[in-house]
Write a protein that binds this ligand. Structure first.
Ligand SMILES: [Zn+2]
Length: 140
């Protein structure tokens, strides 16, 4: 559990956590915590950790260029999934280079995407960086 929630009474949570459930914990917390005002689902940016409407965030997934069955021999990339339809575990972040840099510093991609660096090798951010360089509208 994240430290910032540790002062809350446990009964504030209507569910119990017994083991690592296939639920993105921060997404659950953000939906409980924030008024959604009819904005739809809310997700936490893995860079700045700010909660935002899902549609304001870019979904990313881990992808590989491995052609063989042995996926361990391919290179792994974080790839943008703007339509949010790619299978597998995704993570969300603001589509800005700032949040990319923050997430990179915290190794948030490896954690959020459950990427096993030991088995699969490093998770390259180059494709995502290229995408954001093209689409980042934030003033530099
Ligand atoms: Zn962010």
């Amino acid at each position: 559990m994240r430290k910032r929630y540790s002062s809350r009474p446990l009964r504030a949570f209507p569910f119990r956590i017994r083991h690592a459930a296939p639920v993105w914990w921060s997404a659950v917390v953000s939906q409980l915590d924030s008024p959604t005002r009819g904005d739809g689902p809310v997700r936490t940016c893995i860079g700045c950790r700010v909660r935002a409407a899902k549609r304001e965030l870019l979904r990313v997934v881990a992808g590989t260029d491995a052609k063989t069955q042995d996926r361990a021999h391919g290179s792994w990339f974080v790839v943008p999934d703007p339509r949010g339809t790619a299978p597998g575990r995704g993570a969300h972040l603001h589509p800005t280079l700032d949040c990319l840099a923050l997430a990179e510093r915290k190794r948030a991609f490896v954690r959020a995407l459950r990427h096993e660096t030991g088995e699969r090798g490093p998770l390259s951010l180059e494709r995502l960086r290229e995408h954001l360089t093209r689409h980042d509208a934030a003033p530099r």
